[in-house]
Write a protein that binds this ligand. Structure first.
Ligand code: CMC
Length: 436
C-alpha cells in the first residue's frame, strides 16, 4: 500500500471545517481513501451498507477486474491456472504466494495426504443429524466441531497452529463432504485413499462402496479438479469477509471457517449453484426451451421475486471468466459421459443466449457467473443437487484460510467492528406494565 501524491478533501456545506484524507495506491485497481481518522476528526461515520464502496482490508492474494472480467490468483490469470495447474498447486499458490516446483508440490501434497482422515469419533457426531438434513447444515456443524477434535491447532496467533490447521482443513473437507453424502445415502463411509489425487480421492470417498473396486474416471477427475481451482478464492466476497470478521475476534481457525461455510450457504452466494439447477429443472418441467420467454418475463418483473440464478455479480460487469471455463468443462464432461444432448445444458445455453441479448440484462451488465454451468457439470458427475454448495465450500476453504492467515499477519488488523446510523427510538423511560 503506497501513499499517493494526492489526497482527498471532504468538505461540508454547514460550515464544519473540511478534512484531508490520505489516498493509497494498490498495485493495480482503484485507489482507496483512508477514512480511519474520520470519526476522530469529525465525529461522523461513513455509511456503506453492503460495502459498495468500501475496501475492508489490504490483500495480496486475489485480484478481480470486474469490467474486464479478469480474475488473478497471486497475479496468475485463472485461465492459465485452470489449464496448467491442478488444485494442489493452486492451494500452495494461495497459501504461500508461489507456485511450487515438482519437489515442492510433492511435499505439499504429501503433507495434505497425511491429514485426510478425520477423528473416528466424528462419525458419531454426524449420527446426531437427521438423514435428510441439508449437507450445508451438516457441514456447518462438522467444520465447527473440528475445533473440538483438534485442540492442538486452535491458537490463531501461533503460526505453527495456523499452518497445521490450514493443512488439516484442506485435507479433511473432502472427507467431511463425502461423509455427509454417505450418511444421507445410508451407505458406509469410505476411508480416504492417499495414493489417489485430491479430486480422485474425493470421488472414491463419494462413489466407491466396500463391495466393489472403484475406478476413477480421469475426465471426471479433471473436471472436479477444475471446479476446485475455479472456486478456490474470490477476494473479499461475503463468506471470506465473514471468515475475516469472525477470525478478527481471535477465535480458532475451525470456528472461523465454519462461519464462512454458513455464509456461503445463502442463494445469493454459494447456494446459487443449487438454486440455479433447481431453476433449470423447474423450467424444464414447465415445458423447457419453449417456456424460456415466459420465464424471462417473470425475471424482469420486479414484483415476481424471480431472479435468473447463476446470473449477475457484484464485481463482474462482464462475463465471469470462471463461467467460460466452466462451460468448457461442461461440454467436455457431457461428451465424455455420452450426455451431449442433455436437455438442461441445452436449456442453459438457450437462457444464456436470450439473456445476453435482452435489454434488461445488457443495461444492468448481467452475465453468467460461475454457478450457471457448475451445477450441470456436478449433476452429470452424479453429485446430488443438495451437495453442490458443500463442494463449493470444500474448494473455497483454501481461500478462506489464506485470507484469514493474511489478516492475522497484517500489522494493521484489528477486531472488525462496524458502526451504524441509529434510526430507532431515542432514550425513553420504561412505564409500569399497567400503564403501557
Ligand atoms: N436476475 C434478475 N435481475 C438481476 C439479477 C438476476 N440474477 N441480478 C441482479 N439483477 C438486477 C437487480 O434486480 C438490480 O436491478 P435494478 O437496478 O433494476 O434494481 C440490478 O440487476 C443490480 O443488481 P443488485 O442486486 O443491486 O446487485 P448486487 O451486486 O447487490 O447483487 C448478486 C449481486 C450476485 C447477489 C445478484 O446478481 C444475484 O442475486 N444473482 C443471482 C444469484 C447468483 O447467481 N449468485 C451467485 C454469485 S457468483 C458466486 C458467488 O458469489 O458465490
Amino acid at each position: 500500500m503506497k501513499l499517493a501524491d494526492n489526497k482527498a478533501t471532504l468538505s461540508f456545506s454547514n460550515g464544519t471545517p473540511s478534512v484531508d484524507l490520505p489516498v493509497y495506491h494498490g498495485n493495480v485497481g482503484p485507489d482507496v481513501v483512508d477514512i480511519r481518522k474520520l470519526y476522530a476528526q469529525t465525529g461522523m461515520f461513513t455509511y456503506d451498507p453492503g460495502f459498495l464502496s468500501t475496501a475492508s482490508c489490504q490483500s495480496a492474494i486475489t485480484y478481480i477486474d470486474g469490467d474486464k472480467g479478469e480474475l488473478l490468483y497471486r497475479g496468475y490469470p485463472i485461465e492459465q491456472l485452470a489449464t496448467n495447474c491442478d488444485f494442489m498447486e493452486t492451494c500452495h499458490l494461495l497459501l504461500y504466494g508461489n507456485l511450487p516446483d515438482a519437489a515442492g508440490k510433492a511435499n505439499f501434497t504429501q503433507r495434505v495426504s497425511n491429514h485426510t482422515m478425520v477423528n473416528e469419533q466424528m462419525q458419531f457426531f454426524l449420527r446426531g443429524f437427521r438423514r435428510d438434513a441439508h449437507p450445508m447444515a451438516i457441514m456447518t456443524g462438522l467444520v465447527g466441531a473440528l475445533s473440538a477434535f483438534y485442540h492442538d491447532s486452535t491458537d490463531i496467533n501461533n503460526p505453527e497452529h495456523r499452518e497445521i490447521s490450514a493443512i488439516r482443513l484442506i485435507a479433511k473437507m473432502p472427507t467431511l463432504v463425502a461423509m455427509a453424502y454417505k450418511y444421507s445415502a445410508g451407505q458406509p463411509y469410505m476411508y480416504p485413499k492417499n495414493n489417489l489425487s485430491y479430486a480422485g480421492n474425493f470421488m472414491h470417498m463419494m462413489f466407491a462402496t466396500p463391495c466393489e473396486e472403484y475406478v476413477v474416471n480421469p475426465v471426471i477427475e479433471r473436471a472436479l479438479d477444475r471446479i476446485f481451482v475455479l472456486h478456490a478464492d474470490h477476494e473479499q466476497n461475503a463468506s471470506t469477509s465473514t471468515v475475516r470478521l469472525c477470525g478478527s475476534s481471535g477465535t480458532n481457525p475451525f470456528a472461523a471457517i465454519a462461519a464462512g461455510v454458513a455464509c456461503l450457504w445463502g442463494p445469493a452466494h454459494g447456494g446459487a449453484n443449487e438454486a440455479c439447477l433447481n431453476m433449470l429443472e423447474d423450467i424444464q418441467k414447465m415445458g423447457g426451451i419453449s417456456k424460456v420467454g415466459q420465464f424471462m418475463e417473470q425475471v424482469k418483473d420486479k414484483n415476481s421475486g424471480v431472479k435468473l440464478m447463476g446470473f449477475g455479480h457484484r464485481v463482474y460487469k462482464n462475463y465471469d471468466p470462471r463461467a467460460k471455463l466452466m462451460q468448457e468443462t461442461c461440454k467436455e464432461v457431457l461428451t465424455a459421459l455420452g450426455l451431449e444432448n442433455d436437455p438442461l445444458f441445452k436449456l442453459a445455453m438457450a437462457l444464456e443466449k436470450i439473456a445476453l441479448e435482452d435489454d434488461y440484462f445488457v443495461q444492468r451488465k448481467l452475465y453468467p457467473n460461475v454457478d450457471f454451468y457448475s451445477g450441470i457439470v456436478q449433476r452429470a458427475i452424479g453429485i446430488p443437487v443438495s451437495l453442490f454448495t458443500a463442494i463449493f465450500a470444500l474448494a473455497r476453504t483454501v481461500g478462506w484460510i489464506a485470507q484469514l492467515n493474511e489478516m492475522i499477519g497484517d500489522p494493521e488488523y484489528k477486531i472488525g467492528r462496524p458502526r451504524q446510523l441509529f434510526t430507532g427510538s431515542v432514550k425513553r423511560d420504561v412505564m409500569p406494565i399497567a400503564q403501557r
